[in-house]
Design a protein around this ligand. Structure first.
Ligand code: NAD
Length: 257
């Protein structure tokens, strides 16, 4: 049995991932705002570091894998803070506990939204790890509903680029830790429930997220991929965002590989 730390474990994809791990006999330390082992707020640095410290303590100092799922899709500043720094800074804070494990793994959730229009200055500010500047740019974008939606896509594009940049480096590949992301399409979870509850909302999503294979997906499609990416069997997958999105990436990017 392995010990996993799963953020966003109180709902949706994170919750199901934690459940599947427990069902097969692994130990899970969930991190979320509430209803989990470590109640913490990943929207700010102090919360991230405190959550990582508590998760490490509960694990007895060694963690086999970290799966970062916590995220938001609202057109607000907090989405940039949680979706980017709540994953990158948290994973970095968990790194000492991962290094002690025999076969450490790390995975996080990006999105097919990383392929949609973004606000390039926000993406660059996130990637420069300058949280104050990034949040100031997001605050500007938040003013207008049209640009507000770019906060989510920008946070996810930055996450996929961060994984690509960091995974081959000393901290991850150099320490024997595969670091990868998954890119879901439209997943039926509490995050999308309201939007998908009306035919109009559903049509709006489907216009930007085309899913020719099987349509909207259940959270198990993503949970199973996260389980494999963080398994001992994954020895060489490194720096990837694996799109599991009913074909949305293939439709949108075509054969531009
Ligand atoms: P969800 O809303 O069901 O779960 C997200 C969890 O993150 C919640 O439990 C929430 O409390 C937690 N969270 C939010 N802010 C937090 C904070 N400040 N500190 C700690 N925890 C916090 O959503 P989901 O659909 O399971 O989404 C999981 C991940 O998948 C997110 O990163 C999301 O962006 C991504 N994603 C979802 C979809 C989709 O269609 N549902 C598509 C692509 C990517």
């Amino acid at each position: 049995a392995r010990t996993f730390v799963v953020t966003g474990a109180a709902s949706g994809i994170g919750r199901l991932t934690a459940q599947k791990l427990r069902d097969r006999g692994d130990t899970v330390i969930g991190v979320d705002l509430r209803d989990v082992e470590v109640a913490g707020d990943l929207s700010n640095r102090a919360g991230r570091l405190a959550a990582a410290e508590e998760a490490t303590r509960l694990a007895g100092g060694t963690v086999d894998a970290v799966i970062a799922c916590a995220g938001l899709a609202i057109p607000k500043v907090v989405t940039a803070a949680v979706n980017y720094f709540g994953m990158t800074e948290f994973l970095e804070a968990m790194q000492p506990a991962l290094i002690r494990a025999a076969a450490p793994r790390a995975a996080l959730i990006s999105s097919m939204a990383s392929l949609q229009p973004v606000a390039p200055p926000l993406v660059e500010a996130l990637l420069s790890d300058d949280e104050a500047s990034a949040l100031a740019i997001a605050a500007q974008l938040e003013q207008d509903p049209e640009t507000g939606t770019l906060i989510y896509s920008s946070s996810k594009q930055a996450i996929s680029r961060w994984v690509r940049r960091e995974a081959p480096g000393a901290r991850w590949a150099g320490s024997g830790i595969p670091l990868n992301a998954v890119g879901p399409g439209t997943v039926v979870t509490p995050m999308t429930a309201e939007l998908l509850s009306t035919p109009e909302g559903s049509a709006l999503v489907d216009a930007v997220v085309p899913m020719p294979l099987h349509g909207h997906q259940g959270p198990e499609s993503i949970a199973d991929l996260l389980l494999w990416l963080t398994s001992v069997e994954n020895t060489h997958c490194c720096g990837q965002t694996i799109y599991c999105d009913g074909g949305a990436d293939a439709v949108l990017r075509g054969d531009d590989v």
